[in-house]
Each structure stands twice: as structure tokens, then as C-alpha cells.
Design a protein around this ligand. Sequence first.
Ligand SMILES: Cc1cc2nc3c(=O)[nH]c(=O)nc-3n(C[C@H](O)[C@H](O)[C@H](O)COP(=O)(O)OP(=O)(O)OC[C@H]3O[C@@H](n4cnc5c(N)ncnc54)[C@H](O)[C@@H]3O)c2cc1C
Length: 601
Amino acid sequence: MSNALTDMRNLRFLLYEVFNVEELTKYPFYADHSRETFDMAIDAAYQLAQEVFWPCFQECDRLGVEFDGQQVRVPKSLHEVWRHYKEGGWFAPLVAYEYGGQQFPHAVYAAALFLFNCANTTAATYTSGPYGAGHLIEEFGDEAMKAKYLPPLYTGEWGGTMALTEPDVGTSVGDIKTTAVKAPDGDHYLIKGVKRFITSGDHDITENIIHPVLARIEDAPPGIKGLSLFLVPKYRVNDDGTPGAFNDVATAGVEHKMGIKASATCTLNFGEHDACHAWLIGEANKGLEYMFQLMNRARIFVGIQAVGGASAAYQCALAYARERLQGREVTSRDPLAPQIPIIEHPDVRTMLLRQKAFIEGCVGMILYCATTADIREHTENEEEKERLQLLLELLTPCCKAHGSDGAFESIRLAMQCLGGAGYCEEYPVAQMLRDNKVFSIYEGTNGIQALDLIGRKVPMQQGAAVRALMEEIGKTVADAAATEALKPLADKVQEALNEIGMTLMHLAGVGLSGDIPLYIANATIFLDMFSRLIMSWQLLIQAVTAQRAIDGGSSDDPFYRAKIETARFYVNQELPHALATAGLLRGNERTALDFKPEWFS
Ligand SMILES: Cc1cc2nc3c(=O)[nH]c(=O)nc-3n(C[C@H](O)[C@H](O)[C@H](O)COP(=O)(O)OP(=O)(O)OC[C@H]3O[C@@H](n4cnc5c(N)ncnc54)[C@H](O)[C@@H]3O)c2cc1C
């Protein structure tokens, strides 16, 4: 079963023609890199995705994980994925040389992650664990902790997790009950509690697993202000760096899920026998603050995971639509005329175009964020840094929530293109749909992303982030409007910009009036509206770039023509939903708000 996974030309177009990632090499941190090293990384990632991640995609679903009451075992193919990933140095591409990394930009790493997730998102849940845990230690741990734990995490010697959720504590992290008590002897704490749904919480790929755990030190304040971050190894680490005694982190069970079945989602008992040693990362009571500082990146990564799956499903649908013969031209009356490929039917083409537009817009949005993160991290211009940080914060919930909801819808369309075959497990699309659903749930549900957008990001610094975004969109609209071919598109995006601007003013009035329940009542449709504007903007940037290439002499290149028509399709067919929502929001839609829970029969 072959699958192109994605259009590599599109990925390169975005990286080099739209976002000019080579320019990042002007920052000293990236100075050793060049277009050549970026290309080598992207090519190697594609090869790894095709030759190692993809071949075990269906096996991951079929075999799942095994748990014998003590230890979780994963399919052998995932051990192989890990081995190749390790050999390729993929565990720390963003990390500084001093910690053994390769100092690649986020933009290049994001492109590589996208490719791995196109091929096998289940496998990617394991490989991304060590970097997340290591990054927390690198940012907030002390030197001794860094020296002990970073090398095995950043080389992929050990696994890593992120342990927040508990059986009774999901969204409401402020209610975390896991406790930490300072040990009477030594520098550690004793931790006790149950964590649920922990990705890669246990497996047999590595000999040790490092868990960053949120817990409450005795007498800490209630709520989120009393949470601290701890480093908890599965096996305590000897002074020579080797794993030592078992650290009383017991696996109580694994979840049986609708998708990503070979990703071990574990319930972990910390300190069943009062012998779970934990080391405080950074300062006490700052645990959630530390987590939030990394949340932007983690949530953008979820968008990458989701759109990766959508891309692979789209490639499958596209190949099928070119081959599957069914029906005849609508104008043909000859029953013996040869059948035509279903891609010839406008309804199928519409479904394919909706997928293509979503994927290209969404990958654009994510790579924009990744490039923005790179510049923000390395620019010395403080004003620019602050502005880029605002943009990133505003765009993050859209990458996560619109990326994952849009990806699920996109894969639904891919399945529809395959008809009955799509519904059967012989083709990969059914699994892709199941695997993808989790992205709207974990790392903060999409409902919570929507609340974050409207409740925190939009009003932050009196709307400064929104103003910065509107200015960016305005610049692209002006660029597009200067080209005759793109002027109609530019006008439509400008109209949406005005409508959404007025809607934001209206909502600000609702907020100022004190009707907070109404202000947040339609957070999800607000996020959808806002994201459609961002997607249109991204596709317009791509169209402007394509038009310039055409004007520069590439007039017969179908890739550039398709870029412009894809943007036109999105602006004509998907953006109008945002205008309808804007009207709804300005009408103070409050039906759900006022609908009493007891009216549900
Ligand atoms: C496969 C998988 C892997 C996971 N991996 C990890 C992991 O590695 N580490 C980890 O710590 N966690 C992990 N999680 C947990 C995940 O982050 C939570 O499931 C998620 O945050 C939602 O929590 P919950 O399931 O308790 O749902 P709930 O919090 O019970 O929410 C249920 C519904 O109510 C809504 N809701 C809840 N509160 C509010 C509110 N205040 N306002 C509006 N709506 C609200 C939610 O949006 C959701 O729609 C994983 C989950 C899954 C399924």
C-alpha cells in the first residue's frame, strides 16, 4: 500500500518561497545552516516517514499495545521506528549544540514532524515524548538536573511523558490532587497520586522513562497557584547516570481507544508504596506557569499532528479518485460509453478541493507560526519580539483547534471520496479518521481553546494581538489588491476583515457591559470564524507568491495556477461561513446560553 503522504513541492514552496526560511540563517543560532542542510533534513524526514513510519501504520492499529499487569509492550515495529529516529538524531533537532542538539529552526522541525505524522501519528506520539520532557528540564531545571537527565532524553536513550491529568481532573487542572511531601532525608520529595491518560506512560522501548508531573506540595495554595512541577523517573538514576532502583511508578492499566491504538495511554500510580521519589523542577508553585510557557509550542504541534493525518488521507483520496471509474459525463446519453474517473465529477472535485485548501492553508498557518517563533526567539529588536509573541499567542488556539477540527472534517471528506471502500479497513482512511479524533481532545479540548482565544488572547493588552494580526492581514490584502488577477480575492478578504473587526467591537461592548456569559457563550463558533479569516489570509499569501512566480515567467506551471485557484475556492466557498457567523454573533445569539439543562429530555 503506497501513499505519497503529502505534496513535497507544496512543503518546499511554503518553506522557501513563502516563508523564506533560509533567511533565518542570519541569526547566529542558525548560522551553521543553509538551504542545503534544511533540504537534507527534510529529505531525510520524508525518507524516514516513507520507509519506517508508514510501513507499520496499519500494524499499529491491528496490534495495539499489550499489558500484562506489570509492563506495557508495544509492537516490535515501534522499536524499529525508535531506533531509526535515534540514529537520525531526531530527538533534539531544535536543541542547542551545548546540549547535544542541532540548532535547526522550528520551521524545519515542524515540516519534519508534519511528515512523520502524515505517515504514522501513533509512532510519533512516542518519539515526541523525550523532547517535551527534556525541554522542561532545560528551561527550568538546575544544572545538576540538566547534566543528569538531558543527555539520555535528547539522544533518545530514555522516553518522556507529560503527566497532568487525573481520574477526576481533566480540564480543571487547578483541582489536581497528587501530593508531594518533602522527604525527611535527601533533596527529593515523596509523591503520591494517580495520573490518567498519560501518553507513552509505560512501554518497553527504553529502559527508563522520565515523567514531568504536576503535583501539590503540602500547604500549597489551592487551585492553579499551588501546583509544582516534578521530575519523576520510572527508575531512579544512579550517580553514574545508569537506571537504578524502581521508583514506585506502577502502571495500573492502559486505555482501549478508538484510534492511535498502539500509543500506550496509561494510568500510572505514583507512590503506591510511599517510595516514589520526585525532584522539584524550578520553583515551588510555578508548575502550571512553566507548563503554559511551553503550551504554545505543544498546541501548535497538535495542529501539525492533525493536519499530517489529513494530508495522508487526501493523498489516498486523490489517488483513488483518479483511478476509480464510475458513471459517465453528465451530458453523455450513451450507456456503452466508457466510464470516467470519479475525479471528473464536480462533486468529487469539490470534496478534493476542500481537503486541498484546508491542508495548504493549515500547513501555511502552522509554518507561519513556526517561523514567527524562530524570529521571536532570536531577534534583538524588543518591539518586534513582543509583537511576534502576541501573534503567536493569538494564533496558537487556532492552529490547535481549527487544525484538528478541520483535519477530522478533511479526512471525513477523503473517506467520502472513496465511497464504501473508504469505510472499510482495507484502505487506510478509516484508521486515519479514528486516529485523528484525539487531536480535538488532548492538550486542552477544542472547547477550551475557543475559550482561551476569546477569553484571554483577544482581550490581552487591550486587543493588541488582534490589532497586530489585522495589520498583517491588511498588508497581504494590499499586496493582493495590487495584482489584477487577485483583486477580487483581496476584496473579499478585506470584507471579512471589516466584518470580523466590527464583530470584535461588538463583543468588546458585550464584555464591557459585564455580560461575560454571553461574551463567551459562542466561543467555538467565534474560533471557527476567526480561523477562516486566518486560513484565507494564509492562502492569499500563497496566491500572491504564486502570482509573482507567474509574472516572473512561470506562467505555464500548473502548481502556481492551482495555488491561486485553491485560494479562490477557499475564499469563495469557505470564508462566507465566517460572515454568517459574524452576523450571528452581532445579533447576540444566546439560545444555548438560555436553554435550561432540564429542557434536554
Ligand atoms: C489519547 C489521549 C492521550 C492523552 N495524553 C495525555 C498526556 O500525555 N498527559 C496528560 O496529562 N493528559 C493526557 N490526556 C488527557 C487530556 O488532556 C484530557 O482528556 C483533556 O484535557 C480533557 O479532559 P477530560 O477528558 O477529563 O474531559 P473533561 O474535562 O471532563 O471535559 C469534558 C467536556 O467538557 C468540556 N468542559 C470541561 N470543562 C469546561 C469548562 N470549564 N468550560 C467549558 N467546557 C468545559 C470539555 O471541553 C469537554 O468537551 C490524554 C487524553 C487522551 C484521550
